[in-house]
Design a protein. Structure first.
Ligand SMILES: NC(=O)c1ccc[n+]([C@@H]2O[C@H](COP(=O)([O-])OP(=O)(O)OC[C@H]3O[C@@H](n4cnc5c(N)ncnc54)[C@H](O)[C@@H]3O)[C@@H](O)[C@H]2O)c1
Length: 371
């Protein structure tokens, strides 16, 4: 199969659909990979690195879209990219169509086969394996960011997250102990902070309790404990998710007023609306603002800050699926794996993902009928 990797054109996106090591792997399976010149330059992968991995470099996106049977990207296609997609061409990338009628229409009009990373499910329908690496990164990054903004000259209260001998460490409160919350807790514990995780799922609390074995307090999340824990915390990390719904506003403005001046909140769940009443989405250009004396970090695409790690982690998750698509063709690959088939969002002008169709008020056509 001919696989195409265009340069990402969304503002401030430095990741790339395939890194050279993934190209090498696909090449070793007998596939041809075409990469737009400069596609990896944002994270220091040169055209030469790609050529050494077996890719052919093309001068622009139009040439890549023209040549490839399958396009592998990171971000959803921008309008000019949608126009370059062809009937029967496979598009494998993040799409997030449920709130994007324009892109959905663009993909419908193209006739392409669009498979979204974010709706591919894990074994037995559990988990979202192509979203998980981004939650892991956001979780780990949240502690780094929290520690940074605790510094006095960054607007913080001037506490070192680890403390020093004789001076206590920071209190880090993590609300939601799922993928992001777990990885945040690992980092915070590693730095020597005093860590509390609030969770609501009993099986998850058991797992966290067993894993941290006293190195983090794992407590059932309710209004009373949130009020008390938020007041005591130096850093609060919001990492809750209720699948298919906006994040619940668990920390109110009134609670925020009880926090110390210069304490920090990191609202990872901001991409689902945020779990703090006072959160509003920020960008890497201007990541923080202060309200009620509390520094707010609410960047909706945190992994973008560590584009190199993000691109590599995403590639490790995506590559087995990409190889499957390239080796078998999309119909066979999806027929063989119903969890992979859950990734199919648009096929030959039909919407093949139920929730996407529902949220955009479009007709839903099951995969087997659309294929
Ligand atoms: N900002 C970013 O750049 C970025 C990056 C990746 C993920 N995210 C977001 O981070 C959030 C968390 O993602 P995840 O993959 O960790 O989800 P997850 O499903 O693995 O974890 C969410 C956890 O929240 C818990 N929860 C639900 N309600 C709760 C409550 N009231 N109190 C305490 N815990 C509660 C659930 O039991 C679950 O364990 C999502 O909104 C996701 O979209 C943001």
């Amino acid at each position: 199969m001919r696989i195409g990797v265009p340069k990402e054109i969304k503002t401030l996106e430095h990741r790339v659909g395939l890194v050279p090591s993934s190209v090498k792997e696909l090449h070793s399976h007998g596939h041809e990979v075409y990469v737009e010149t400069g596609a990896g330059q944002g994270i220091n992968f040169t055209d030469q690195d790609y050529e050494e991995a077996g890719a052919k470099i093309l001068p622009n996106a139009a040439a890549v879209f023209d040549t490839a049977d399958m396009i592998i990207k990171v971000k959803e296609p921008q309008p000019e990219e949608c126009k370059m997609l062809r009937e029967d061409q496979i598009l494998f990338t993040y799409l997030h169509l449920a709130a994007d009628a324009e892109q959905t229409q663009g993909l419908i009009d193209s006739g392409c086969v669009a498979i979204a990373y974010e709706t591919v499910t894990g074994p037995n329908g559990h988990g979202l394996p192509l979203l998980e690496p981004m939650s892991e990164i956001a979780g780990r990054l949240s502690v780094q960011v929290g520690a940074f903004y605790l510094q006095k000259h960054m607007g913080g209260l001037g506490r070192l997250i680890s403390g020093v001998p004789g001076v206590r460490p920071a209190d880090v409160l993590i609300i939601g102990g799922g993928v992001a919350g777990f990885h945040a807790a690992q980092m915070a514990v590693g730095l020597g902070a005093n860590v509390t995780i609030l969770e609501r799922s009993n099986p998850r609390m058991r797992f966290l309790d067993e894993y941290f074995h006293g190195r983090a307090n794992v407590i059932y999340s309710n209004l009373d404990i949130i009020e008390r824990a938020v007041k005591a915390a130096d850093v609060v990390i919001g990492a809750v998710l209720i699948p298919g719904a906006s994040a619940p506003k668990l920390v109110t403005r009134k609670m925020l007023k009880t926090m110390k001046n210069g304490s920090v909140i990191v609202d990872i769940a901001i991409d689902q609306g945020g779990c703090f009443e006072t959160s509003r989405a920020t960008t890497h250009d201007e990541p923080v603002y202060t309200e009620e004396g509390v520094v707010h970090y609410c960047v909706a695409n945190m992994p973008g800050a560590v584009a190199l790690t993000s691109a590599l982690a995403l590639n490790h998750s995506v590559l087995p699926y990409a190889i499957d698509l390239a080796n078998k063709g999309w119909k066979e690959a999806l027929k063989d794996n119903s969890n992979f088939a859950n990734g199919l969002n648009i096929c030959h002008g039909k919407v093949t993902h139920k929730e996407v169709a529902q949220s955009l008020n479009l007709d839903y056509v099951p995969f087997k009928q659309a294929a």
